[in-house]
Ligand binder design. Structure first.
Ligand SMILES: O=C(O)CCC(=O)C(=O)O
Ligand SMILES: [Fe+2]
Length: 291
């Protein structure tokens, strides 16, 4: 389930055998775990570690690196606003360089996504079941279709009180898909065009996005599945980093506060073994192209 590395610095160079093993394990749905790779904060940045700066209406504080914009914040002075942006920008660059060093085959195909800062204690957050990441799920987003692209994420627990981030990891994607896909209906004809026209989705919701979103929702809605599905607890201590493809790995975040996260997207054709992508697995089950 985890491949553990002894890496201690963000500008590490990796041997080709380590790179090969990492890519292989990642594509098989393992979590790459770096228990000694911490994201260091300055004393001023440590003052930003408070849930009061998170807008209660947003799930996380997000930063868009390509246009240098911050969302989901409140009560920050201009100076703190800038500090937080610089902190997330630094994390983004370190995480991206690290991914390039570990997966050089992916480098030219990667599409940079959002950076997030998660200062709210997960175990206390009140949300609807669909937004509740304490339920096992694979990632799929209603307004942001990704049209088959992979969701690759780097997480770093920056908790200043030494508290773990606690996840549950569920069964392999193929098993999840075989369990839920037969009960998912096709989308209504024309619905993807309407959603796009009404600007509910940021791009066209492909069949792939439809099935992934239904999978995400049905997993979260199924109380008995949540309790009985094969699963195990994984604890990520403060000062550790982990890399995971959250569209493939069934996960639930149960406990923890203060994490930074970087998302990158990857087209399935850039994978070493494309047949392991959720897109190709769903296409095989449904016997039709989905994008
Ligand atoms: O915040 C976390 O630890 C993970 C939450 C989650 O499910 C996600 O970001 O996909
Ligand atoms: Fe998730």
């Amino acid at each position: 389930m985890l491949q553990t590395f002894s890496t201690q610095k963000w500008d590490e160079t990796f041997s080709s055998s380590t790179q090969q093993q990492a890519i292989c394990n990642l594509e098989r749905g393992q979590i790459l775990y770096f228990p000694q790779l911490a994201f260091a904060l300055s004393p001023e940045e440590r003052n930003l570690l408070s849930p009061i700066y998170a807008d209660p209406h947003s799930k996380n504080i997000s930063y868009q690196p390509d246009n240098n914009k911050l969302w989901g914040v409140q009560h920050l002075s201009d100076e703190q606003h800038l500090q937080l942006k610089l902190m997330l920008d630094r994390f983004c660059n370190q995480a991206l360089d690290f991914i390039h060093a570990l997966f050089p085959q992916y480098a030219q195909y990667l599409v940079l996504g959002r950076t997030s800062f998660r200062p709210v204690q997960i175990s206390k957050r009140q949300t609807s079941y669909r937004k509740d990441d304490r339920r096992l799920h694979v990632d799929a987003f209603p307004s942001a279709p990704n049209q088959g692209k992979r969701i690759l994420r780097v997480f770093c627990n920056i908790n200043p009180h030494g508290e773990d981030r606690v996840w549950r990891i569920g069964e392999p994607f193929e098993q999840v898909a075989h369990r839920f896909i037969p009960n998912i209906h096709k989308p209504f004809p024309g619905s993807a065009v309407c959603l796009r026209f009404l600007k509910i989705t940021k791009s066209y919701r492909t069949l792939y996005d439809h099935y992934m979103l239904c999978l995400h929702n049905q997993m979260k809605a199924d109380e008995s599945y949540q309790k009985k599905a094969q699963q195990c607890e994984v604890r990520f201590p403060a000062g550790s980093t982990w890399i995971v493809q959250t569209d493939q790995v069934s996960h639930a975040a149960m406990e923890g506060q203060y994490t930074v996260e970087q998302t990158v997207h990857l087209p399935p054709h850039a994978m070493q073994d494309e047949s392991r992508s959720p897109l190709r697995i769903l296409e095989k089950i449904l016997k039709q192209p989905l994008v």
